[in-house]
Design a protein. Sequence first.
Length: 438
Amino acid sequence: MTLDVPELKIDPFMDFDIGDIFNMMETDPSAPNFSRPEIEMETKNEPFEPVSDDEIQRLIDSQKNPNTRKNTKWAIETFNKWRDARDNVPLLTEMNSESLNYWMQRFVLEVRKQDGSEYPPRSLYYIVCGLLRFMRDENIHNMNFLDEKDHRFGVFQRVLDARMKELLSKGLGTKVRQADPILPEDEEKIWNQKVFGMQSSLALQYTVFFYNCKLFGLRGYDEHKSLECDQFEVGCDERGKYIHFHGRLSKTYKGGLKHIQLQNKDIKHYCLNAERCLADFYMVYLDALGHRGAFYRRPLAVGIRYGEQVLGINKIKGLMKEITGKAGLVGNFTNHSGKRTCATQLYQAGVDEQEIMSRTGHRSETAVRKYKRSNSVLMENVSKVLDPPKMVKFEDPLPPVIIQENLSMNDSKEVQNQENIPLNPQSVFNNCVFNFQP
């Protein structure tokens, strides 16, 4: 392309700067336009946005279980404290398989609590598992020292096994403290003490919290703190009123690649108790919350009303203790008590294990059986069967032994009359010799 540039008459001895040329060109309409052409860019609303490495890592970390994260941190801190007390122990991430096998043997034998006492065998195993998770978080996947097929760590595995057996023989870890279930008579007592009900916003919140545990098998606090109102649906069909719960994330269901074949909880509970229809309680509670937002909010003092402030983690953790404490129950009651109550009562009623697992969320029979607990009545009956026999007390003296040869006719008749008297059915004869005459 050629440009028609006008002839510029310039004195060679004239002083000027480059700006003078552009000024001359701007005043001359025939001068070419050297400015950058305006390009109309079409703004496209693309649905894809690039993400950074930090955003990817934050997403991964946000989906980790808080308790698992805490256990991993505790494990590596314990290991590093042991490293500091030792000399020339390399970092865990800098060890090769031979070095890792060597130092892990010594770690499980030497590690102690802050007070110098030994860890129970299960706690020691949890520390080792936490160290393995830490290595995976550091992208070290080629050294699994708990894999029985990896013979590089065979010696360490035998040392760990022997150490756990030794600790158990010392009596460590034999007393496992578990949450107690809420027995039916205890549940009735909670109702009678007016801890449950609709007389206040707090009592109603206690009610829905407890039955979230019992009906839908919610555990701890992690499954409660993320509950939303839209996960609950109260309705009625030909079978009666019901509460329909749509579960989301839980301890046993994360929805990732490992759980692609699993389903979230989808439980419809029919409320057949007309006097204490739980569907009515849930409907009043959801109405007070406006059917939106977080399920647990701060109860207000007047009427059935709740604020916008969400209950804190520590408050949710202590709800079951508050409920049982106000009812005067004695025992080790935690938020796990509700889930254990669910499994225990269903087992005692003879419900199929598969149906129990659908409520509790367990994926194996072995796991759900750990939640099965015998109630006090059953344990009392078993104890009666296994107790030693009771001592027999003789309330009536035994009749005297009478020899008929030395009796007169009248005495013989009296003896015959006595023979018709029934013997004491509770009488027991020990070390007796009976002589029969022909």
